[in-house]
Design a protein around this ligand. Structure first.
Ligand SMILES: [Zn+2]
Length: 345
């Protein structure tokens, strides 16, 4: 299903389907629904009955295969989507964690055989690659040949939230579709229909990106605790707060931590960003509903210390996936914040 804010792009493509190029790059910030759009487009082009601007019918054999992930003319290439072991790259890999964030070269090379044969349903063949920036230069280069030798039936859909990290040679072979931040009214309407609570606050906290806001809907109570912890850090102290946050990282939901360390760092960054913004221009970007707390906290901090803290957080974010002791990681981050937060007194 496409989102209301994507209607224009959908019409642009399906209004003239014969002009859809053989490689599209869907580019734009995270949380706007690019992947959902790519999936809908793939389903529509593979569907054996849909016409015009309609979406895929959802009932034909092709749609059934697509929905169950078994369509022979569709491939989704993403980090870890091919679990088969590649002993050569495995022995080279320094860390399995790092590796799983990348699309591996053999995943792209496997396309050669796939593209060499005809399509199974005599229709389109669609290959989604996401995120495109997860291809290192060698992997991206191995894709160039397929992009250079377009076949009339094959469509590549590359998805990225970081266009500047792609090789120029990849960019030059794709037509770019820009997915801008959706208008707030459309985003709020969708969040309302999706039963998100506190839609306006969540949307602001997610930088205006509705799917990212929806992801945070389940974290609302934690976010409220997070804000009050930071606002009251001089009373609670970094150690006690780190203890509470550590429990968030441990909670298990289907074997996964309920909250990622990286998410906590991003929340911190937004909070400190707004403290800086408060001091500089008296406004907030992410926390309009926490104006009072931010104003008070900004009054206790010096601008320089806040900027230093923000830069520290950029470095902390870069190592947030490393297997450091979570308690020490959080205590370090919160101590840096506490120093900045109380620097102006
Ligand atoms: Zn169909």
């Amino acid at each position: 299903m496409i989102f209301s804010w994507q209607n224009d792009l959908w019409t642009q493509l399906l209004g003239q389907p014969e002009r859809i190029p053989h490689a599209l790059l869907l580019a734009g910030p995270t949380g706007g629904g690019k992947t959902a759009f790519a999936q809908s487009l793939a389903a529509r082009l593979l569907c054996e009955t849909a016409t015009g601007l309609n979406e895929a019918c959802g009932t034909c054999p092709s749609c059934n295969w697509f929905q169950t992930g078994n369509h022979p003319d569709f491939r989704l290439i993403e980090p870890g989507s091919d679990e088969s072991e590649d002993s050569e790259t495995d022995s080279e890999a320094a860390s399995t964690k790092k590796k799983s964030e990348q699309i591996r070269i053999h995943q792209i090379r496997a396309l050669d055989d796939y593209l060499a044969i005809g399509t199974h349903r005599q229709g389109a063949r669609i290959i989604i690659i996401r995120p495109a920036e997860a291809m290192n230069p060698a992997t991206a280069n191995s894709l160039l040949k397929a992009l250079e030798e377009p076949s009339s039936t094959t469509l590549f859909l590359l998805i990225t939230n970081s266009k500047r990290r792609l090789l120029p040679t990849i960019l030059s072979r794709c037509q770019v579709l820009n997915f801008e931040k959706p208008p707030a009214t459309a985003a709020l309407e969708w969040l309302g229909q999706s039963d998100a609570r506190h839609a306006q606050h969540l949307l602001a906290h997610a930088g205006g990106m509705p799917l990212a806001a929806m992801d945070e809907d389940g974290d609302w109570d934690r976010l409220e605790t997070f804000f009050s912890d930071l606002a009251r850090i001089e009373h609670s102290g970094p150690v006690a707060i780190a203890g509470r946050w550590e429990s968030w990282l441990k909670e298990n939901k289907d074997g996964e931590a309920a909250l990622q360390r990286r998410t906590l760092v991003i929340w911190m960054q937004k909070w400190v960003f707004d403290l800086v913004s408060m001091k500089v221009c008296g406004r907030t970007l992410f926390h309009a509903h926490k104006l009072q707390e931010l104003r008070a906290a900004a009054g206790r901090a010096s601008l320089n210390a806040l900027i230093d803290c923000y830069n520290d957080l950029l470095r902390i974010r870069a190592v947030s996936q490393h297997p450091l002791n979570p308690r020490l990681f959080l205590e370090d981050m919160l101590s840096r914040y506490a120093r900045a937060a109380l620097s102006g007194r």
